[in-house]
Design a protein around this ligand. Structure first.
Ligand SMILES: [Zn+2]
Length: 67
């Protein structure tokens, strides 16, 4: 497997399914709170728009409960 040549292509994470989408491959986008989110499919955008806060919660998760 060869690493792809690094180009100035921005990659975004689809917040709904976690898939990587680049600007060219994004099938849908949504502007929310001043930030543009990209999605792999329109259905992901629909899920995001239904409950955006569910998908953009902060990544800082101190203390992981177990059990
Ligand atoms: Zn998706």
């Amino acid at each position: 497997m060869k690493p792809r040549g690094a180009q100035n292509e921005q990659v975004f994470i689809d917040p709904v399914c976690g898939m990587e989408v680049c600007h060219m491959s994004a099938m849908a986008e949504c502007l929310y709170q001043g930030k543009t989110y990209y999605f792999c499919a329109a259905i992901c955008r629909e899920a995001f728009e239904a409950e955006p806060e569910k998908y953009i919660r902060p990544h800082r998760q101190h203390g992981v409960k177990s059990g």
